[in-house]
Design a protein around this ligand. Structure first.
Ligand code: PEP
Ligand code: MN
Length: 341
């Protein structure tokens, strides 16, 4: 439910309103001060709440029910885009932000060489898993704490912000000490305890869509993070499971404009996990840009043939550099199109 306030509402009026709201078993999820109006997003069980009494409060202009189950991440609550910012990067402000790096941190040489290259070629964040939630227990599971230290060293040397995955609630504090952005992977999108823990962290959260999650379930996962007080969530479409076998997953490109319409959160596309094939990464990155995504996450490896995980979908340095040049040209064309040139 959204409470729209009258301009110039006093603090005393607000206090009284909030007391009434809390007395109804609801909670103030978020106060959004827009350019034209201030609105309060209420969360909790709405059934039985006397909407007419709320409407009658001094200082309340209107009370609008939010039909969709996600409230705080709903664009109805906040029409303006959320901008998620951190060390040298931003998502949601009209920029196209590139996250790149290996699937997993494998060695000091591997991560440093990759970080140096990416820094020179336009990436804003370095990715690399230290904890790898692999489908099989018999494949490389990541370097854990040592991997985090190597990521910290790569940031020290290049200044690139770090994004890495956190796989369990107990690890959130340790990972947040190194990571500029906490990644919650597709396999963990439904892990409510983990979502709640990252929701209490100061770090932005990069939330990947579950392999079989509907967009509503995806937005409800983001809502869990926001409901714990962390509004800095970036949504990542990384492909969903379908009957198609030529690709690892199927990129749901429609999710990009759909999510941007339903929610004010930034949306990023991961064409690497969506396809499992490196030759498909550049065209789908272009598709993401044209569809209105706020950025991409791509896997890049100095020697993909010998990568310990996800080699077939990892771009070589050369492929990454070529893709970045092409994306820059497409951005130019898009800008000209929007300007009506
Ligand atoms: C990853 O980014 O390396 C990863 C494991 O992705 P996903 O959670 O989307 O499978
Ligand atoms: Mn991977």
């Amino acid at each position: 439910m959204i409470v729209i306030l009258k301009p110039g509402v006093s603090l005393a009026q607000m206090g009284e309103l909030v007391r009434f709201i809390e007395g109804q078993g609801l909670r103030v999820g978020r106060i959004v001060r827009g350019e034209e109006r201030t609105v309060i997003g209420l969360i909790g069980e709405e059934r039985g709440v006397p909407v007419d009494r709320l409407r009658a409060f001094d200082g309340v202009e209107d009370v609008v029910p939010v039909q969709k189950p996600f409230k705080l991440v709903n664009r109805e609550l906040q029409p303006e885009d959320t901008v998620v910012r951190g060390r040298g990067f931003s998502f949601g402000d009209g920029s196209f932000t590139v996250i790149a790096g290996p699937c997993a941190v494998e060695s000091e040489a591997q991560i440093l060489e990759t970080a140096r290259f990416l820094k020179e070629h336009g990436a804003s964040l370095l990715r690399g898993g230290a904890y790898k939630p692999r489908t099989s227990p018999y494949t490389f599971q990541g370097m854990a704490g040592e991997g985090l230290e190597l990521l910290a060293r790569a940031r020290e040397e290049t200044g690139l912000a770090i994004i890495t995955e956190v796989v369990s609630a107990e690890d959130v504090t340790a990972v947040a000490e190194v990571a500029d952005v906490l990644q919650v992977g597709a396999r963990n999108m439904h892990n409510v305890r983990l979502l709640q823990h990252v929701g209490r962290s100061e770090r932005p959260v990069f939330l990947k869509r579950g392999q079989s999650a509907t967009l509503e379930e995806f937005l409800l996962a983001a809502e869990h993070v926001a409901a714990e007080g962390n509004p800095n969530v970036v949504l990542c479409e990384r492909g969903i499971r379908t009957f198609e076998r030529y690709t690892r997953n199927t990129l749901d490109i429609a999710a990009v404009p759909l999510l941007k319409g339903l929610s004010h959160l930034p949306v990023v596309v991961d064409p690497s996990h969506a396809t499992g094939r490196r030759e498909l990464v550049p065209p789908l990155s272009a598709a993401a840009l044209v569809a209105g995504a706020d950025g991409i996450m791509v896997e890049v490896h100095p020697d993909p043939e010998n990568a310990l995980s996800d080699g077939p979908q990892s771009l070589t340095f050369r492929q990454f550099a070529e893709m970045m040049e092409r994306l820059t040209r497409i951005r130019g064309a898009l800008r000209a199109e929007t300007a009506g040139v």
